[in-house]
Design a binder for this molecule. Structure first.
Ligand code: ADP
Ligand code: MG
Length: 457
């Protein structure tokens, strides 16, 4: 297998738009929940329980176990899962899957779950690579007619001079590197690296107004450049350490595409990955870990509406909890006793007992008016919306009567209405008006039922 993996970085947070205000669990040093902290309000027992989970994870005591968040809609199940991931650290992957998403026409249910698990497992790779590093003091791109279209001139190579504080050297490079030099807009005065093995060009920044010899004078203030860096010291040819963070799924995709043109031509296609590839990747990662070149960063896989999973998917999940490369699995449901999908067995939360045995259960409870108000205030601030006191009062009432989610979803439309009326601050009328336009779920069901009744008569 090749030693370099040219993948950018982990997509850390997916689909967390509603939860951008959550920065952590908001606990003190003793693990007690502060009333309002880290964007979190109330729900103190659940937050403290989540704090314990974070401790267990950090001490490596969650292996083979998972978490189940149980509570009515809009009580912060997802918010607390997001907070757990935030508490675990900056580049810890967090992946959200809804139970209904496993039913896809392209992939087996177990494959969807497997991919989600591997997207939630990070690998941090350290690697020493040989590079040419220096500030560009001269660059000359050569062009030649394209072999396919003689009227079109394409880069055929380049001659480039690199300089450090110690030495200067001129290199002749091929078409591939020349193309990258053009694509990255490399100019005289830029500090760049060229990977000796792959030829990949990285632009580091503009050289700070240093002495570049008689041939070039750098302007002191170059307003077009964003980042200034020192002119590198030492030799041009050197070993440099690189750190990449990626997920096991990124590696699976990468190795599955090797040798195949499909991925290159059509881009990344959602598709199944063979167990062989995964095994190969696992072995490679273990080897890297043994050699001290990689670290595994287990992330969080959050499965919402877990009662939507059927028995086949659930038993896969039970087994997966035991596997070596398993992320922290947090499940959530708002169902009590219900049938396990795909069977006629009634079970708590629609989950088989052997899975329930492995789960630590955290309940969430409906919010009091004061807490709803506080959360709506935070959401409004997050969405940069100014609410009048009356508007906030009305939204709080709506949140109490229907759900917190419905109330917070009304903030943006109300703000748009205010703006179209030429006002900065959202009024009570704005809230009333959008409430009439958009129904909450109970109302929308009622709406259909009225018509059904008329129809049947
Ligand atoms: N305790 C809390 N503190 C701050 N924000 C919260 C809290 N609980 C819920 N929220 C926010 O309220 C909204 C609904 O909560 P959510 O986590 O989606 O509920 P659930 O997953 O239980 O249906 C989200 O925007 C969420 O971030
Ligand atoms: Mg949720």
């Amino acid at each position: 297998m090749a030693s370099i993996v040219p993948i950018e970085s982990v997509k850390k947070f997916e689909r967390v738009g509603f939860h951008t205000h959550i920065r952590g669990l908001g606990l003190d040093e003793k693990g007690r929940a502060l009333p309002v902290a880290d964007g979190m309000v109330g729900q103190r027992e659940a937050r403290e329980a989540a704090g314990f989970i974070v401790k267990l994870i950090k001490e490596g005591k969650m292996a083979g176990r998972g978490v189940l968040m149980v509570g009515p809609p809009g009580t912060g199940k997802t918010a607390i899962a997001v907070a757990i991931a935030r508490e675990l650290g900056e580049d810890v992957p967090f992946m959200i899957l809804s139970g209904s998403e496993v039913y896809s026409t392209e992939m087996k249910k177990t494959e969807v779950l497997m991919q989600a698990m591997r997207k939630a497992m990070g690998v941090r790779l350290r690697e020493w690579r040989k590079v040419y590093e220096g500030v560009v003091t001269k660059i000359d791109i050569k062009t030649a007619p394209s072999p396919y279209n003689p009227y079109q001139y394409i880069p055929s190579g380049a001659v480039i001079t690199l300089k450090t504080k110690k030495e200067s050297n001129t290199f002749r490079v091929g078409a591939e590197i020349a193309e990258q030099l053009i694509a990255r807009g490399v100019e005289v005065g830029d500090v760049i690296w060229i990977d000796a093995e792959t030829g990949r060009v990285t632009k580091v920044g503009r050289a700070r107004g240093a002495d570049l010899g008689s041939e070039v004078k750098l302007e002191e203030y170059d307003i077009t450049a964003r980042r200034y860096v020192e002119v590198p010291d030492g030799r041009i040819e050197k070993e440099k350490e690189f750190v990449y963070t990626m997920t096991l799924h990124d590696l699976d995709e990468y190795y599955a595409q090797r040798g195949g043109l499909i991925g290159l031509i059509f881009g990344r296609v959602e598709r199944e990955i063979s167990p062989d590839v995964r095994q190969q990747v696992d072995e490679q990662v273990k080897k890297w870990v043994d050699e001290g070149r990689a670290e595994i960063i287990p992330g969080v896989l959050f499965i919402d509406d877990v009662h939507m999973l059927d028995i086949e998917a659930l038993s896969f999940l039970s087994r997966a909890l035991e596997s070596e490369f398993s992320p922290i699995i947090i499940l959530a449901t708002n169902r009590g006793m219900t049938t396990i999908r795909g069977t006629d067995i009634v079970s708590p939360h629609g989950l088989p007992l052997d899975l329930l045995d492995r789960l630590l259960i955290i309940p969430t409870r409906p919010y009091k008016a004061e807490e709803i108000k506080e959360i709506l205030k935070i959401r409004a601030r997050e969405e940069k919306v100014k609410l009048s006191d009356e508007a906030l009062e009305r939204l709080t009432e709506i949140g109490e009567k229907t759900s917190l989610r419905y109330a917070s979803q009304l903030i943006t439309p109300a703000a748009i209405r205010a703006k179209s009326e030429g006002r900065e601050v959202v009024s009570r009328e704005d809230v009333e008006s959008v409430t009439r336009l958009f129904l909450d779920v109970t109302q929308s069901v009622q709406h259909i039922r009225e018509y059904e009744e008329k129809f049947l008569k």
